[in-house]
Design a protein. Structure first.
Lengths: 230, 428
């Protein structure tokens, strides 16, 4: 099986809102198949950085290359297409479609394209078993707790088997045991070809991430004490 | 899994509600539009009368005096001459709509056509010459009645000028029937009439539109649905000659002359001037047994005020309904988009562009409103059974659709602005 190699390069990324600079000349290189964790205080720009990586918004200046695609040169519509085909995204706010079951919510990203239902059903079963929500698949989404919904969001982001997974606080509502389940899954996915960039406050992430970065108003810096470097 | 079914699952009731609102709003608007149009016709018609001073002219030939008057056949000619001169006077318009029951042989089974049905009388059937007739509601009208009211025909033709003239040997009278007669008769049917003690054939030349009405001495708005309209006939020559030429009983001419005598004089002249004008005719014709009742414009003024108030009311209701429905539509759509916001976020996270979502929402509402407005239009046309206003309704339907489209466009662009989406995803 040929491994899809993802490669992320951020060069002097600047982003401001209402003349307030959020990202100030950010530079970052991520090789493929890595599980990257970003930490930092609230409001430092982690979510903004992840949104740019996911193609949800564009940087004011700087270059962003993903898997040889010049993302900075694409418009928002083109970025959406790229996101649809290559990027999985878990947002801090975890939107779900009311009145649908868990399974139906998970397959929403697939509704716009063709997919093999048999394979997808098996994949959903596999992922939901990993995150221990397989017994909830046919329940209405409204009946689930915050933590269960967060795990549904993780599976939904992975359902298209993206080459890049952007995860913004994917374990914010989870207890430590369940957080470990999610990080285990991420680790396994990164080993099988998915590059993962995750913003988190969890103290457990350093045990699973290949690299951990710390973000501050001055920029983004590699935290040397990460599993990948050990 | 059926994609469309899945995507509709989350919003079908809301969409149905908005569709229903759009439908109801459109129906109300269309009905009001039709009424505004009717009201415009009414006020146009009433304003024609409103511009005149109206006097009533009537004879004094009552009881013995009438018998005495008609003993001399020359008096028939005098009254005929007086009537003609009043009718032909250029300074006054002679307007006559007399409710005069007519005997109808092939009367419909429905008693509502009987002349005295509304007052609960059961004596409308009578025998004449070995045959049964029913006193049926009928209205004799001068040509001016059609000029000063809007009596549109759903079928057939109005009376031509010859219909208003009685010539010797004439035994056929054109009749226009009220809309309720339409289920019993058709154009060119011949009705056997007993009219002023003479037998006539009434040939159906037209059917008045439903709820057509005219102004009469008794009712400011006399609805014609159950009426037979007959032309008020003047005589082609002097009655004395006609009496010699025909076998028609003199009582027919007497009734005709007397019914032609009473009516309204619509004029710009004041009371003194109109009295002088008629007095001049009196001098020439030597007919003195008449009186002019003072300027009795009460019912016309009442009619005008009613129609005017009616129109104001319709405009007020239309405006209130319009504003209410627009606000309701705005709030419903806003609420709908807000409720669906998470769904849109899921789509955006999954790679659907914001523009595509906006366009999809606009398309959904365009189709929904198009169907609702189309159905409302269809229901209005079917209910009103009138397609004369179809073009106006189509244009207003399109304008309503466009207005709703603009509301949706504004809301979609306001609520689904990129900054809103990004902020929401960040959990702000």
């Amino acid at each position: 099986m040929i491994k899809i190699i993802s490669f992320i390069s951020l060069d002097n990324i600047v982003k401001a809102y209402n003349e307030k600079i959020i990202l100030h000349h950010i530079n970052l290189e991520i090789v493929n198949n890595q599980f990257i964790s970003i930490k930092g205080p609230s409001g430092v720009g982690k979510s903004t950085l992840l949104n740019i990586l996911a193609g949800l918004e564009k940087a004011d200046s700087g270059k962003y290359i993903l898997d040889c695609i010049e993302m900075h040169a694409q418009n928002l519509n083109e970025l959406s297409e790229i996101r649809g085909s290559r990027i999985g995204y878990i947002s801090q706010y975890n939107p779900m479609i009311r009145n649908l079951t868990v399974r139906e919510n998970i397959v929403v990203p697939l509704l716009l394209g063709n997919y093999n239902q048999k394979q997808i059903t098996a994949y959903i079963d596999e992922l939901s078993a990993c995150l221990k929500i397989n017994h909830l698949l046919d329940k209405k989404i409204d009946k689930l707790s915050g933590g269960e919904r967060q795990r549904v969001g993780v599976i939904r982001a992975l359902i298209k088997k993206p080459i890049l997974l952007i995860a913004d606080e994917p374990t914010g509502s989870l207890d430590d045991d369940t957080t470990i389940l999610v990080f285990h899954l991420f680790k396994r996915l990164s080993e099988s070809g998915t590059t993962i960039v995750m913003a988190t406050h969890s103290h457990l992430s350093s045990q699973y991430a290949d690299k951990e970065y710390r973000m501050s108003p001055e920029g983004i810096f590699l935290n040397v004490q990460t599993v990948g470097d050990m | 899994m059926n994609t469309a079914r899945l995507l509709l699952k989350n919003k079908k009731w809301f969409m149905l509600l908005i569709g229903l609102l759009s439908f109801l709003f459109s129906v109300v608007l269309f009905v009001l539009l039709v009424n505004i149009n009717i009201s415009k016709i009414e006020i146009h018609s009433a304003s024609k009368l409103h511009n005149y001073n109206i006097y009533q002219i009537t004879d004094n030939l009552i009881g013995e005096r009438e018998i005495e008057f008609f003993k001399d056949v020359k008096n028939y000619d005098i009254l005929h001459d007086f009537n003609n001169r009043v009718f032909e006077n250029s300074k006054v318009v002679f307007y006559n709509a007399v409710s005069q029951p007519v005997g109808l042989k092939q009367y419909p089974p429905d008693k509502k056509f009987a002349a005295y049905y509304e007052v609960g009388s059961n004596n409308d059937l009578y025998e004449y010459d070995g045959e049964f007739y029913q006193f049926s509601k009928s209205m004799q009208v001068t040509k001016s009645v059609f000029d000063y009211n809007v009596v549109e025909l759903m079928e057939g033709q109005p009376f031509d000028d010859s219909a208003y003239v009685y010539i010797a040997g004439k035994n056929e009278i054109p009749v226009i029937l009220g809309s309720d007669y339409r289920q019993y008769y058709k154009l060119n049917d011949q009705l056997e009439l007993h009219y002023y003690y003479e037998k006539f054939v009434g040939r159906v030349v037209g059917f008045a539109k439903e709820n057509s009405f005219i102004f009469t001495n008794l009712e400011p708005q006399q609805v014609l649905n159950r009426y037979i309209l007959l032309p008020s006939m003047s005589l082609s020559e002097q009655p004395s000659k006609l009496l010699q030429k025909t076998e028609v009983d003199e009582i027919f001419f007497r009734a005709l002359l007397l019914s032609n005598m009473g009516g309204y004089l619509m004029t710009n002249l004041n009371a003194l001037e109109v009295r002088k004008e008629v007095a001049d005719i009196e001098k020439v014709t030597n007919f003195t047994d008449y009186q002019i009742i003072g300027a009795n414009s009460l019912s016309v003024n009442l009619l005008y005020k009613m129609v005017d108030a009616n129109q104001t009311l319709i405009y007020t209701i239309s405006s209130v309904v319009f504003i209410f429905s627009l606000c309701a539509f705005y709030l419903f759509v806003k609420s709908f988009i807000k409720r669906q916001f998470d769904t849109y976020l899921v789509y955006i996270m999954s790679g659907v562009t914001n523009n595509k979502i906006k366009k999809t929402i606009q398309l959904e509402f365009s189709i929904l409103n198009g169907i609702s407005i189309g159905l409302a239009l269809l229901c209005t046309v079917l209910f009103m059974q009138d397609i004369t206003l179809l073009s106006i309704l189509l244009i207003s339907g399109f304008l309503v659709w466009l207005l709703f489209h603009v509301v949706v466009y504004i809301l979609v662009n306001q609520l689904l602005a990129t900054t809103n989406i990004i902020e929401k995803l960040k959990g702000d």
